[in-house]
Design a binder for this molecule. Structure first.
Ligand code: MN
Length: 501
């Protein structure tokens, strides 16, 4: 909660984001003259539209669209998106009819501006507002993912200048960013954007905790960075000897909010967090990824249970890489992340990667939709109770997924926190209804039906053909909407049988 005794956090990056000269320089580094001309035209139009208007900071309004466009340009996105970013507030905040934008800039840019405008206008309160916001975001995403990318960059600039916004609005904007924007960015695989949204919102949500994390980071990051440099040297020697060419390495510092969430899971003990710093190794192809993994394990001792092959088993948001944590020569834990250039690009930018310019000067024709968004829209239409909608979203969308196995080796994917009952219903409704127990990873002792499973578990469901059906309290145990609806269905049938007798 925001406490008025706590000093207002200063913006993480000062208002320099709204600097026109900087935007021009960023654009010039990768755009063609035609692309640059379009961006200049959009800037001139937006500057005229917002002339005389001010931000809460007292700065001219135009610094805000410039700031959003700067973020888009730093992602090396195409000129259409950057132009739309510059124009994103001319309808809502300057009262320019969308028809004029269409006239001047064409159908595509007008469509994007209209989409961003529609998401912006939510006039409700509390949970209703939250749900309405989400629905609008999903509808926009289903139409064109670029609308959401612009919305994220709009939001990032608003967070960067949030200190100037009246106090009663600050908390709401920061909360929305953490609860709506960041999880969606995560689900779209846009990790760079997700981290920025979270780290900018964090000090406004929990000032004391944010200050504490800052102190922790100041104490440990330098030391960690030095470790990484040393490791990098050893690794380069190791791989060169093995005839492996490294394309690039970099040390990745964990985001502040993400570190904070992890600390909460581990009694606030930073020594128990192994991936504060990760060393990324980028090499040619997938075969080489496994060769690098093997070279690392031959030199350093891997930590049991910390090898994650997201190439064989990608995360639901499309993340590919191999992770392994090793004990270094001086006893520290360091995580390696091994990937190809394409995996790296997609890990940083996710759904936005398709619109990025590349050094080759080309960019691949993108798919405007993302498959899971489609399925989400479909599912959303089938849920009419807003509470079910929200509860469903919290598990189906905003949680990470885990991969589980049947004893025969079939893969079942479920949201994190799923229990053996969710697993049973995923296999078949009859299996779910007749479940009496579960055995995990071949252990003799039964796994309690209400205890969550872990990714990689092999789950054997024990059924009893004589079992009549689910019990009422299973509704509190299951995590998936699928299992819940099947249990409700079976309970209704049981009830009817009773009534008939
Ligand atoms: Mn805006």
């Amino acid at each position: 909660m925001v406490d008025s005794n706590v000093p207002t956090p200063t913006p993480a990056r000062p208002v320099e984001r709204g600097d026109l000269a900087k935007l021009r320089a960023t654009v010039a580094a990768y755009c063609t003259p035609e692309a640059t001309a379009l961006i200049e035209r959009a800037y001139a139009f937006a500057a005229a539209a917002h002339a005389g208007k001010q931000r809460c900071s007292g700065d001219p309004y135009i610094i805000h669209p410039i700031g959003a466009a700067q973020q888009l340009a730093e992602m090396r996105l195409d000129a259409t998106i950057i132009a739309a970013g510059l124009l994103h507030d001319v309808v809502e905040d300057a009262g320019i009819p969308i028809a004029r934008v269409r006239e001047r800039f064409g159908e595509d840019i007008a469509f994007l501006v209209d989409g961003v405008t529609k998401i912006g206008t939510v006039r409700l309160h509390g949970e209703q507002r939250y749900i309405e916001n989400l629905r609008k975001m999903f509808v926009a995403m289903a139409q064109d993912i670029r609308v959401i990318i612009i919305k994220f960059c709009d939001r990032i600039h608003n967070l960067e200048t949030l200190t100037y916004v009246p106090e009663h609005k600050r908390l709401r904007i920061a909360q929305e960013s953490l609860e709506i924007h960041a999880p969606i960015a995560n689900r779209l695989g846009m990790m760079e954007i997700k981290t920025q949204l979270e780290d900018l919102a964090f000090p406004f949500i929990a000032p004391d905790d944010a200050a504490w994390v800052n102190t922790l980071i100041a104490e440990t990051y330098d030391e960690r960075r030095a470790q990484c440099t040393a490791l990098r040297t050893t690794l380069t020697e190791l791989l060169t000897q093995g005839g492996i060419r490294i394309i690039g390495t970099s040390a990745r510092m964990k985001g502040k909010y993400s570190l904070y969430k992890k600390l909460q899971l581990h009694e606030r003990d930073i020594t128990r967090i192994y991936d504060i710093v990760a060393l990324r190794v980028i090499i040619e192809d997938i075969t080489t990824c496994y060769a690098v993994l093997s070279a690392i394990h031959q030199h350093w001792k891997p930590v049991r249970g910390r090898i994650k092959d997201y190439i064989a088993n990608p995360k639901m948001n499309g993340y590919h890489s191999i992770h392994t944590t090793v004990v270094t020569d001086d006893g520290a834990y360091v995580e390696f992340q091994i990937r190809t250039p394409q995996m790296h690009e997609e890990a940083e930018w996710g759904a936005a990667a398709a619109w990025r310019y590349h050094e080759r000067g080309t960019y691949h024709a993108p798919n405007k939709q993302v498959a899971w968004v489609d399925s989400l829209i479909h599912w959303q239409r089938s849920v009419d109770d807003p509470h079910d909608f929200l509860a469903g979203l919290k598990t189906e969308v905003f949680r990470d997924r885990i991969l589980l196995f049947t004893p025969r080796g079939d893969v079942i994917d479920l949201p994190e926190g799923a229990t053996p009952l969710d697993f049973a219903y995923q296999i078949h409704t009859d299996v779910g209804n007749r479940t009496i127990g579960a055995r995990v990873n071949g252990h003799a002792a039964l796994h309690p039906l209400d205890r969550p499973l872990n990714s990689g578990d092999i789950v054997e469901i024990i059924t009893d053909p004589k079992r009549k059906g689910p019990s009422q309290d299973w509704l509190h145990i299951v995590r998936t909407t699928h299992a819940r609806s099947k249990i409700k269905e079976a309970l209704r049938v049981q009830l009817r049988h009773h009534a008939a007798r």
